[in-house]
Design a protein around this ligand. Structure first.
Ligand SMILES: CSCCC(=O)/C(O)=C/O
Ligand code: FE2
Length: 193
């Protein structure tokens, strides 16, 4: 199940935890719009998917799935890590269901502070379109995840500050302001056993 915290600002070894202050997933969702679910790892196998996962995919319209493995055997590993760890956003949600291993998704909160999300097998994470983030493996250097998407996937990262001018950024920032005034519309589901 995910663990989240605000990061310290040490620049050394980004694969260290960099834990400053722990936060819960409701705070994470409230301050960023990130949503997280947990499925028992037995219930994410394609031949034994939990009804909740099937429903989530149907409700969200996720029609595309593939897998990504990030470990040192990956082609152009160092270059890929550099791309993942450059602060960027996407025009669409980034959805990852963690199948094996672990890693860190770092996301900017509404005050531009880094929050770190440590993900493990069974975690499903949805990063909203237009939110700045980055990814790095933890010290185990291994993660395998299912990528989901609505329609034909677009994985293009738009680095900061170029992302500031993208229409999805304005929509995202407006959504955060709306939540400030009206409370969050989304909520984080409790773990499913
Ligand atoms: C564990 S998925 C690898 C990271 C990734 O796919 C991505 O797009 C990060 O922003
Ligand atoms: Fe990304």
């Amino acid at each position: 199940m995910v663990q989240c915290w605000y990061m310290d600002d040490r620049k050394e070894d980004p694969q260290d935890d960099h834990l400053l202050e722990e936060i819960d997933t409701t705070t994470l969702c409230n301050r960023t719009g990130v949503e997280v679910w947990y499925f028992h790892p037995d219930q994410i196998r394609p031949d034994n998917e939990s009804p909740s996962l099937i429903k989530l995919k149907k409700d969200r319209g996720y029609t595309y799935e593939d897998e990504i493995k990030v470990d040192p055997s990956m082609e152009n590993y160092e270059a890929k890590l550099k791309t993942f760890f450059s602060e960027h956003l996407h025009s669409d949600e980034e959805i990852r269901l963690i199948l094996e291993g672990s890693g860190f998704f770092d996301v900017r909160d509404r005050e531009d502070k880094w929050m770190r999300i440590h993900v493990f097998a069974g975690d499903l994470i949805i990063l909203p379109a237009g939110m700045y983030h980055r990814f790095i493996p933890d010290k185990h250097n291994f993660i395998r995840a299912r990528r989901l998407f609505v329609g034909e996937p677009i994985w293009t990262p738009i680095n900061r500050p170029d992302g500031d001018a993208h229409p999805c950024r304005e929509v995202y920032v407006e959504h955060l302001h709306h939540n400030d005034k009206n409370g969050i519309e989304k909520h984080v589901l409790e773990p499913i056993s």
